[in-house]
Write a new protein. Structure first.
Length: 517
């Protein structure tokens, strides 16, 4: 390719046409419609209630107490804390940052994939915009969608760096590091945000490092970026350094107690399928085949750095997470791998964009979009996706005003407290065997070291709390791993309470009423 041709190609990727902007606008509207639809329809469930509780803690507790009780970095609760001050803490308000982040991730992926070609940018962003897993977890008051933005920033910077340095870029490979400063800043910012938002982001950064080393090993011209790679690595490390001691403590907690099942081949395929669109194994195989085709297209087209980046960021986190699950403790679960969808979308988009005719491109692209939209419709039409805490709160309103609500495990205080505020119901409540939080425990299940299990010698406080009460309501799970020997009902019987009614709610919640004999 002549010098002028290379520069023209680079320019065509830099300035979007009116048609491209129109397509981009349509994708943003679709992404926003899917992610904001019915955002506040259902009550806050347990995991989201942890975010709500954390966001209401003092700033000092975000560093000390919160990471002990919820094994996540403190940046997301800090963001949510500021947002709640502006928008309140209704279910829709709590989930709005995630929904907005999901839309932003689509926009960033559009810009990232345009480094390959404008068509790839459109196809990649469209696939992410309608991806069912992305839609579902953008509607959670958890950090999943925001960490996806961090990964999109990493891809944005990485693709712009590699596509400038690849052989297909011609003379544009001579563009200096300074001219690509924005890409390096995006890489550093995305990496730093990721590790402050999600502990397993270290696997994504390890995958990114593998891609950089492989690129510089096979492309001599890429070695001139060595100093910039080191600078980005140091910037991320320095930004993350204050959190490392807490991260190590949280990692030890995960090793001591975690609830993810052992990763059999069937389980791994199912979790990957959820991230990529469907738990069916053939879907994983089909998506993997299209992705591999896209990588081959990029490699044969001279964009080896881009192919290595996408391949490592899609496959690396899975392998690292699987290795940790097999060697140390099972941690592989679909939402941990949410970021791999981004490079997969770009790889598939590269394959679609390379097809020789618009008809062939649409023949592959439209069925993928249609399948995702159908899954989105099925997802958003569900009326009971989350735990029914508002219904439980309204049921408790029928109990006497002086009734005491006991919650087993104690972490159930969090979603019920939020539901009480939303339904204007007020009842005294207490976690069993001790109120939440109770930090520093050697908890058996799950990871939280603030949720005590029931032990006979630890029930003295509960015995004192129920003295003088006439009505008790015990809210607990059907499969109770915190009180497998039913020590709490036995204590209530010894204290003179008789079980008079039970009501079962969705998500395996029991509400049991006890009256003093």
């Amino acid at each position: 390719m002549a010098a002028g041709q290379g520069e023209a190609a680079g320019a065509s990727h830099g300035a979007a046409s009116r048609a491209e902007w129109a397509g981009f606008g349509l994708l943003i509207v679709v992404a926003a419609a899917l992610r904001f639809y019915g955002l506040g329809r259902e009550p806050v469930w347990l995991d989201e209630a942890y975010s709500w509780w954390a966001a209401h803690q003092p700033l000092g507790a975000l560093i000390s107490l919160v990471p002990t009780c919820d094994p996540q970095p403190p940046l997301y609760p800090l963001i949510l804390k500021g947002w709640i001050a502006l928008a309140g803490d209704s279910p829709a308000a709590l989930r709005a940052p995630g929904a907005a982040a999901g839309v932003l991730a689509v926009a960033l992926l559009w810009g990232a994939a345009r480094a390959i070609s404008p068509a790839a940018g459109f196809y990649a962003a469209a696939l992410l915009a309608v991806a069912p897993f992305q839609v579902e977890y953008a509607q959670e008051a958890r950090p999943y969608a925001i960490v996806t933005v961090a990964f999109a920033l990493v891809l944005y910077g990485g693709l712009r760096v590699t596509c400038r340095g690849d052989a297909a870029a011609g003379s544009s490979a001579r563009i200096g590091v300074r001219e690509g400063l924005g890409a390096w800043v995006a890489l550093a910012a995305g990496g730093a945000l990721a590790v402050w938002l999600r502990n397993t982001a270290v696997f994504v950064l390890a995958s990114l490092a593998c891609a950089a080393l492989a690129w510089m090993a096979i492309e001599p011209a890429a070695r001139r970026h060595g100093r910039a790679v080191v600078a980005v690595t140091l910037a991320i490390a320095l930004a993350w350094a204050p959190y490392v001691p807490t991260y190590i403590a949280q990692a030890r907690g995960v090793v001591d107690a975690f609830w993810i099942p052992w990763p059999t081949s069937e389980y791994v395929l199912r979790e990957l399928g959820l991230v990529l669109g469907s738990p069916l194994p053939w879907v994983v195989v089909a998506v993997a085949g299209l992705f591999a085709l896209g990588l081959a297209v990029l490699w044969r087209g001279g964009r080896r750095g881009a192919a290595l980046l996408l391949g490592c960021m899609a496959v690396g986190p899975v392998l690292f997470t699987l290795a940790a699950s097999l060697a140390v403790k099972p941690i592989l679960i679909a939402r941990v791998l949410i970021g791999i969808a981004l490079p997969v979308c770009v790889g598939i988009a590269a394959a679609i964009a390379r097809l020789p005719s618009p008809a062939r491109r649409m023949a592959l692209f439209l069925p993928l979009v249609a399948a995702s939209l159908y899954a989105d419709q099925q997802l958003l039409a569900q009326s009971a996706r989350k735990e029914p805490w508002n219904a439980i709160a309204r049921a408790l309103a029928a109990t006497p005003d002086d009734a005491l609500v006991l919650l087993l495990p104690s972490e159930l205080e969090l979603p019920l407290a939020h539901a009480f505020g939303q339904t204007q119901v007020a009842r005294a409540m207490r976690g069993v065997p001790r109120p939440f939080p109770a930090p520093g425990l050697e908890a058996e299940y799950p990871t939280s070291r603030c949720v005590p299990v029931v032990e006979p010698e630890g029930l003295a406080g509960l015995a004192r709390a129920i003295e003088g009460r006439r009505t008790l309501v015990l809210v607990r799970r059907v499969r109770d791993v915190y009180d497998p020997q039913n020590e709490v009902p036995a204590l209530l019987a010894r204290a003179g309470f008789a079980h008079v009614a039970t009501r079962e709610f969705a998500s395996e919640k029991l509400v049991e009423r006890y009256e003093r004999r």
